[in-house]
Design a protein around this ligand. Structure first.
Ligand SMILES: CC(=O)SCCNC(=O)CCNC(=O)[C@H](O)C(C)(C)COP(=O)(O)OP(=O)(O)OC[C@H]1O[C@@H](n2cnc3c(N)ncnc32)[C@H](O)[C@@H]1OP(=O)(O)O
Ligand SMILES: O=C(O)CCC(=O)C(=O)O
Ligand SMILES: [Zn+2]
Length: 437
């Protein structure tokens, strides 16, 4: 019962004579700016995720998470600054020594002391950040734009001189002055920064604002563009998608979205969005069937439950309940599923134990139980399931019991010695029935 034919399209729309058609109806119209089918992931569970209120990662846990993310196929793993604590520095060194395929980054303030400490850890690159909004310039670090630009250039040139990759990012980009921001990015691009970053630090941006800012920036710098979205207003996945459409190249994620406050773009949520848009790219690059294992590992490490409505791995993400849905899903899963659970090593479940259950779902269950009923009998049995479900919530076992006992009631009743038996049905004792003529 798997297969989501409608979204297994080719990479790009193809021209069929004069008529343009796309075999994947969810694929966006080709756009020269868009990177929706060639983005990279900077996985920040071990940096932004450590800023989640419940997070405490010991070295062993960090290593386990880093290895799992590497196996999943993320491009970069971002680690907490070695300036944060002595153990953070040691953990950074330990993860660098694992020899993972993913590039290892650490995240530092725009400060030469942090940069000097970080380059000694063995990382492949440094993510440098400083707040540019008036809120942060005034109340966080107290520096003006001229100081920020001068220090950014010094730090970037120093990191480059050590042969490492360097990204420069403005914290609180969406509440920063656009002219200030663009001239700062232009200056760092000129000295050869590898990526610039835009961060929606407070989660205030809308998808349209994201599109506009990234698109404008795309016209100003030639380096890669990384983006980072907080989820305070629930837009983190949509904003990441719009950033890619507008030409961003890298998206920051964390497992289950953990981070400061209610976190950032979740890895799983982004995968759900992108596998629909760019199935070939996503399925060939990322080991999607490992997602549940990674989410369970991180959920346990930070002592939370995976939310019921989590994309892909929420307990009911592939459960179909109402009768109308169940019937159509049983005929063709694409009717009510945009994601194929098989892509994630998961299975769908069709509910058949509620007052919303329809006879088509019950018919399937009857078959699964190896029983046989006419359609009219299944409908009668469905009415019995609904009648009980009107009184109380019922479990699978309850529905199965109703199905089985209804099925038994349909069979000819066996003779019970204590009951009076009509004389015309008596088979003489010790005698074989006469073979039929
Ligand atoms: C939006 C984000 O998530 S950014 C990443 C956040 N990550 C972290 O904060 C990592 C964990 N942090 C820490 O361990 C500590 O805050 C440290 C080690 C970085 C700094 O600790 P402390 O020296 O005790 O300073 P404290 O945390 O109280 O204040 C931050 C200091 O950094 C300065 N600062 C803040 N942001 C920046 C920046 N982007 N670049 C340079 N300096 C900065 C502030 O001015 C302040 O300096 P001060 O000592 O002159 O007051
Ligand atoms: O370094 C960045 O780009 C983002 C930093 C951060 O976590 C934020 O601004 O929310
Ligand atoms: Zn953040």
């Amino acid at each position: 019962m798997s297969g989501n034919g409608a979204c297994n399209g080719t990479k790009n729309g193809v021209s069929n004579g004069s008529a343009y058609y796309r075999s994947n109806p969810y694929q966006p119209v080709p756009d020269f700016l868009s990177n929706v089918d060639k983005f990279k992931i900077i996985e920040s569970t071990l940096r932004e995720g450590e800023q989640f209120a419940n997070a405490y990662f010991d070295t062993e846990t960090k290593i386990k998470i880093a290895k799992a993310l590497d196996e999943f196929g993320v491009d970069y793993i971002e680690l907490t600054s070695p300036a944060a604590s002595e153990q953070s520095r040691r953990d950074c060194e330990a993860i660098c020594k694992l020899g993972l395929k993913a590039k290892i980054l650490t995240h530092i303030r725009c400060d030469m002391r942090d940069a000097k400490l970080a380059v000694e850890t063995g990382v492949d690159g440094l993510d440098v950040v400083i707040g540019t909004s008036s809120f942060l310039r005034e109340h966080s670090h107290g520096k003006d734009m001229a100081y920020i630009e001068k220090t950014a250039i010094e730090v970037i040139e120093y990191i480059k001189s050590k042969g490492l990759e360097v990204r420069f990012s403005s914290e609180d980009s969406f509440r920063s002055d656009l002219v200030d921001l663009l001239s700062l990015y232009k200056a760092v691009d000129k000295v050869g920064v590898h990526r610039v970053g835009i961060a929606d630090t407070v989660g205030c941006a809308t998808p349209r604002q994201v599109y506009d800012l990234v698109r404008t920036l795309r016209g100003v710098v030639s380096c890669d563009i990384e983006t980072h979205f907080h989820n305070d207003t629930g837009c983190a996945v949509a904003n990441a998608y719009c950033a890619l459409e507008a030409g961003a190249t890298h998206i920051d994620t964390s497992v289950l979205g953990i981070g400061e406050r209610n976190g950032i773009t979740p890895l799983g949520g982004l995968m759900a969005r992108m596998v629909v848009t760019a199935p070939e790219y996503v399925k060939s690059k990322y080991k999607l069937h490992k997602l549940k294992e990674i989410e369970d590992m991180v959920a346990e490490a930070v002592q939370i439950n995976v939310p019921f409505n989590n994309p892909i791995t929420g307990f009911c993400a592939f459960t179909h309940k109402a009768g109308i849905h169940a019937k159509a899903i049983l005929n063709n899963p694409s009717t009510y599923e945009i994601l194929d659970p098989a892509d994630f090593g998961l299975t769908r479940y069709v509910h058949f134990a509620s007052r919303l259950t329809g006879w088509n779902a019950v018919k399937t269950r009857v078959k699964q139980l190896g029983l046989s009923m006419t359609d009219d009998q299944v409908k009668e049995c469905t009415a019995k399931i609904k009648a009980l479900a009107d009184i109380r919530p019922i479990a699978i076992d309850d529905a199965d019991s109703i199905i089985r006992s209804f099925h038994i009631s349909l069979q000819p009743q066996p003779h019970r010695p204590s009951e009076p038996v009509p004389t015309d049905e008596v088979i003489p004792a010790e005698e074989e029935p006469e073979p039929a003529a």
